[in-house]
Write a protein that binds this ligand. Structure first.
Ligand SMILES: Nc1ncnc2c1ncn2[C@@H]1O[C@H](COP(=O)(O)OP(=O)(O)OP(=O)(O)O)[C@@H](O)[C@H]1O
Ligand SMILES: [Mg+2]
Length: 229
């Protein structure tokens, strides 16, 4: 759509200046002798840059065209990459990651960046749902018929029936404004649909939530029709 293209191009244009600001701040942090407080301010500014970059990413993903550059992709490798990204913040918050990976999981055909974005969104949501005292995020993979099944299970707050109705809507968030833009799940939904997959959710308020992804191992290739004589 026209608004989609507009949003995507604007998001793209924002990227460079933010990157510039980020670099300058990094340089200041490295080269300038700063007091404890000022260091904290600069670090905060860097974090805010990263937050804008993340938001831009989501807007771009949201409006990304159908994936054309799909490739054979190792699901476990992609998941491991994203676990590395959240590792530190999870550790700080007493969140344990448990992996129950299937042996010999077949590859899927996917756009790696987009698939990783989905996993990251789900990991972040799982982490954000877990209370201060800590908890567990379990990652389970398996094969189900012609699909790879990926589950991300948390021992967090869960999702009430009322909230459940809206979670895949763009800009729906129950989090404070600085934390949530409400794009994570709607972006993820779009990406999974473009990969001919499914995303499902099960939740027990107070006990936790499980998100389940199904992604086809083999994409349907159009069958060549026999030519009429
Ligand atoms: N694992 C989860 N446990 C509990 N609630 C969840 C979970 N995942 C999503 N939700 C609920 O769904 C809402 C929408 O999630 P979504 O990822 O789209 O947005 P967000 O996390 O609020 O913001 P953003 O992802 O843009 O930072 C969340 O605000 C939260 O209420
Ligand atoms: Mg989110």
């Amino acid at each position: 759509s026209a608004t989609g293209k507009m949003a995507a191009s604007m998001a793209h244009e924002f990227n460079n200046p933010i990157y510039g600001i980020h670099n300058v701040l990094e340089k200041i942090l490295r080269r300038v002798k700063l007091g404890v407080n000022n260091r904290r301010f600069v670090k905060l500014a860097i974090q805010e840059c990263d937050r804008i970059t993340g938001l831009i990413r989501k807007i771009l993903d949201f409006h990304s065209p159908s994936p054309e550059n799909k490739e054979r992709m190792d699901v476990h490798e992609a998941i491991e990459d994203m676990v590395l990204l959240v590792q530190n913040s999870f550790k700080e918050r007493n969140i344990r990651v448990v992996k129950e990976f299937a042996v010999d999981l077949p590859c899927i055909e996917a756009v790696p960046d987009q698939f990783k974005q989905v996993i990251l969104n789900l990991l972040q949501n799982a982490g954000e749902a877990i209370p201060k005292r800590g908890g567990t995020v379990t990652l389970i993979t398996s094969v189900l018929e012609n699909n790879v099944q990926i589950q991300i299970k948390d021992t967090g707050a869960g999702i009430s029936k009322e909230v459940m109705k809206n979670i895949f809507d763009p800009f729906f968030s129950t989090k404070v404004a600085v934390k949530g833009t409400g794009l994570g799940l709607s972006v993820s939904y779009g990406i999974i649909k473009k990969h001919h997959g499914e995303i499902m959710v099960d939740s027990f308020p107070g006990r936790g939530t499980t998100f389940t992804l199904f992604l086809p191992i083999k994409q349907e290739t159009p069958v060549a029709l026999p030519r009429r004589a």
